[in-house]
Ligand binder design. Sequence first.
Ligand SMILES: Nc1ncnc2c1ncn2[C@@H]1O[C@H](COP(=O)(O)OP(=O)(O)O)[C@@H](O)[C@H]1O
Ligand SMILES: [Mg+2]
Length: 525
Amino acid sequence: MAESFAFAIADGVLGKLGSALIQGVGLAWGVQTELEELRDTLSTIHALLLDAEEKQATNRQINDWLGKLKLVLYDAEDVLDEFDYEALQQQVVASGSITKRQACSAKQTGDDPLLCSFFRCYRRDHDKENIVGLLKQSSDTENVSIIPIVGIGGLGKTTLAKLVYNDERVAGHFPIKMWVCVSDEFDIENLVKKILKEMKGDEKYSDFSMEQLQSRLRNALDGEKFLLVLDDVWNTDREKWLKLKDLLMDGANGSKILVTTRKKSVASIMGTFPMQELKDLSHEDCLSLFVKCAFKDGEDNQYPNLLKIGDQIVEKCARVPLAVRSLGRILYLKRDEHDWVSIRDSEIWKLEQGENGIMAALRLSYYDLPHHLKQCFALCSIFPKDFKFSNKFFIPFWMAQGLIQLSGQNARMEDIGERYINELLSRSFFQDVEQLVPGVLYVFKMHDLVHDLAMFVAQPEYFTLSFHNKDIPKRIQHVAFSDTDWPKEEYEALRFLEKLNNVRTLYFQMKNATPRSKSFVSVAS
Ligand SMILES: Nc1ncnc2c1ncn2[C@@H]1O[C@H](COP(=O)(O)OP(=O)(O)O)[C@@H](O)[C@H]1O
Ligand SMILES: [Mg+2]
């Protein structure tokens, strides 16, 4: 599936082959003819790739062929990078210094990312009132009660929890409010750290032992009336939950824990209140959300034919707002009936689906991305769920990977990177923008299902490994290691890294781990 960006890699290699620097080295080394031949062959393959990439979702042979081709393309890219390096070295020797890359004076061209993440929440007033009512109830049997909200992915659980969390009545009722995203890993130590961080701000807890963390948390909550949201919980291990619960039970009477989860089994393990099953939106509300995403204000009246097809597309989204939004954004500005029909009748809908077509909708939205953005998106998969990306961290990361295409534009790479982020925001691949320094520094996240999609399209090339992994995927190119599974001894980590000889990116999450020694960094790189 990761083969879907073979086109973008071929594009990059072709661009490099055409550069004056490479041509110069080709001439000096007498391999000009070979380079020309490579360029010819690649141009032919390039022309076929678009077609092949479209077919690969339904054809395993094509998928396999694309996978092999991509490895060859990466090799070609490596050779050309060596040429590039050689050419640069010659320049340095010739001129005594590297001429600085000409920084263009192009102004910030990216739109304000917030503009793209417009949002209106439909028809959740009733659900909101219901949950607010439950939160204000007190209980005779326990001090701290737990209310689970259950529903399929993308239905609006987190959105509803946020509506409640930000409601003034709720803020008035609970002196302490904490929001913790849990996701796949129910690691108690990490969760306690996250909860403490929510309460106390940015205090660092990396050096604290588990005992210290526990007593901190108990003391902090003792006798306080709090609201804790545990968003997106997957853990079905009752013992683990009871361990965490035990640390939270000293809150004052009336304290509440609001849990969102896709799994009923999670809700029944955790809940002390009956689970609140989130209902889907009505078809009319979904259609209205779709129209808002696909048309400019009032423009829909001019296209009754498209509205009719839109209605059928919405039907396929099983009333899941995330799916409705993603497909609406694909069709934004597309006014050719053919484009709409091809989404409605896509083969992707027939593939085996997880939850009610949501993955099909997201996959369609992925296929619609321009090629350069497909790789940028896939790279997100090596970061953990609920990771807060910042533009200042992420754009250089893309740049280092060679994923930002200048293609003769009179703009700085950083500005093009901002445009990429905006494009991904406007298509609902990114969300929850928070401006830290308005227009300069902002953070954003991915929906957990969108992260699932990124992992799906990125494998086997982009992978999160653990130091305990025995099987290393053959085509792996970009690897992330999580914070929690570092071996005790550094040499064990190094021995593992030696096995990853073809890898282009190593990303270590060092949130809580102690920094590695200098020698480790130099050997690992
Ligand atoms: N009631 C709603 N009206 C409009 N859009 C919604 C609504 N609920 C959810 N959404 C959109 O759908 C996306 C998924 O919602 P979210 O609350 O994250 O789902 P869940 O937590 O159930 O997976 C959100 O990004 C939001 O844009
Ligand atoms: Mg959620």
